[in-house]
Design a protein around this ligand. Structure first.
Ligand code: BES
Ligand code: ZN
Length: 455
């Protein structure tokens, strides 16, 4: 084991250079002009898998390529683990809030700033490098490893959903390992045992057949922007509860054990408030902020559009207004059931003065796994050695919808071992990744395989 860890420590500067090269490819999956960059990203990581000594295939799909790379010489007597990650990244806008260009990685001390570097390039690269360390230092891995790196995670993983059912043999495994989530601090590594699910749609209200002069006509017809605001405002009460009938029916309660585990995570309200840049926190009454953002469902407005947004003013009653919304769902809520309930509720609330259209977006099931099983315990041991600190158990608020498809098609549980820190700014300007987390992640990954194989 020592020579594997030495390989990781001795070659760190090369790994950082590689991380920067990878993070400089602008593979934004939400924007069609980046299709070529997504292919470049897939090719880059495929080549890096080959260099690590893995047998690599780039699968073409109707969308972005899916990279599957395996340790050589599959041994059926050993367990097999899949490491999942994504090479696509979120849009970098608004560009002017970045302190340096998002696709020109900039190192400051032990941090590197770039879009996608901690969501999720740095983490799956850390796993890949750990596998390389095993292979290049002449040690026999105690398990088979399959890397599965996709390019549409940030937009709903459509290609991978289509790919999974036909590739269950190629991806057969005893468990999936993912590091596309966070940890509270380098001193608090974490095993995440639950993720929120998601249901996305667009609400559109149409009013007059065109934008109208607000002086001549305003007052005699509904303003779609106002109607939309009133509609949306009815969806949450003063206690932060969502008012859609049935919304909380299937919500799994937090156990006392879970609440105690979550309470071990360090929390300072003033610091948290300052970090978020808000004058006051707001959330569902009766729950701590950590509980609110990981174990309670929400209804979020992600974008609002209506009327004139250009320079100066334009006096109109806009023809339409729309909102992009997502709900974060928790175990055991079903996206289908919740979408139907919200749809019914919106229809019942919509005034006859406007026409309501709902356009469905992506959806994903929430995820929950037993944090006390043998694989979880093995992962906790690896985390402790890799980070040098005892782990906490976490539920996370973000979503990785494909995790429940892994359960369904591969009948495999997923272990979530985060490496991102709370100030890494995923999806925000100035995203960064800590090189200390990168190094601890590599060590944890190298130590994980013997632990999991023996579990
Ligand atoms: N890495 C995140 C998910 C995440 C973040 C999980 C923090 C746990 C903690 C992932 O890349 C992501 O952003 N997922 C999307 C999924 C959506 C587009 C279906 C999300 O959560 O918004
Ligand atoms: Zn993301």
């Amino acid at each position: 084991m020592q020579s594997i860890l030495k390989y990781l420590a001795d070659n760190e500067s090369r790994f950082v250079d590689e991380l920067c090269a990878y993070a400089s490819i602008p593979g934004v999956s939400a924007q069609s002009q980046h299709a070529g960059d997504l292919r470049t990203s897939a090719d880059w990581i495929a080549k890096r898998c080959e260099t690590a000594g893995l047998k690599t295939v780039v699968h073409e799909t109707a969308g972005n390529p899916i990279v599957v790379a395996k340790t050589p010489g599959h041994d059926s007597r050993k367990p097999t683990f899949v490491v999942y990650g994504h090479y696509d990244v979120q849009p970098a806008e608004p560009f002017d809030l970045w302190h340096s260009p998002p696709f020109q990685p900039r190192r400051v001390g032990r941090d590197v700033f770039a879009r996608g570097i901690s969501d999720n390039k740095g983490q799956h690269l850390a796993h890949l490098i750990a596998a390389e360390a095993w292979l290049k230092s002449g040690h026999e891995l105690p398990c088979n490893l399959t890397f599965l790196i996709e390019g549409e995670e940030e937009v709903g993983s459509k290609a991978l959903y289509g790919f999974l059912p036909g590739h269950t043999k190629e991806l057969a495994c005893d468990a999936v390992v993912i590091s596309d989530n966070g940890i509270p601090s380098l001193k608090h590594p974490a095993l995440t045992y639950a993720l929120r699910g998601i249901a996305a749609f667009e609400i559109r209200l149409d009013g007059p057949s065109r934008d109208l002069h607000s002086g001549i006509y305003g007052g005699s017809l509904e303003n779609p922007a106002m109607a939309l605001c009133q509609l949306l405002a009815k969806l949450r009460d003063a206690n932060g509860r969502i008012t859609v009938p049935g919304f909380y029916d299937d919500v799994a309660k937090l156990s006392t054990y879970e609440r105690r585990q979550l309470a071990r995570v360090p929390y300072n309200e003033a610091k948290y408030r300052k970090f978020l840049g808000v004058p006051e926190l707001f959330g569902e009454a009766g729950f701590t902020p950590d509980e609110q953002r990981s174990a309670r469902p929400t209804f979020e407005i992600n974008g609002l559009t209506s009327g004139y947004q250009g320079e100066g003013s334009k006096t109109i009653v806009p023809a339409w207004a729309s909102a992009k919304v997502t709900m974060r769902l928790v175990p055991n809520q079903s996206p289908k059931k919740i979408i139907a309930a919200v749809k019914r509720h919106l229809q019942s609330l919509c005034p006859p003065t406007v026409r309501l259209t709902l356009k469905h977006g992506h959806g994903g099931e929430p995820y929950l796994v037993d944090p006390t099983g043998p694989l979880a315990k093995a992962a906790l041991r690896a985390l402790k050695s890799g980070f040098g600190h005892e782990s906490v158990l976490l539920r996370e608020g973000g979503s990785i919808p494909i995790v429940s498809a892994f359960k369904k098609h591969l009948t495999a549980d997923t272990l979530l071992l985060g490496m991102a820190l709370p100030d890494d700014n995923p999806h925000s300007p100035n995203e960064k990744f800590s090189l200390d987390a990168f190094a601890a992640g590599m060590r944890t990954s190298a130590l994980l395989w013997p632990e999991l194989a023996a579990a």
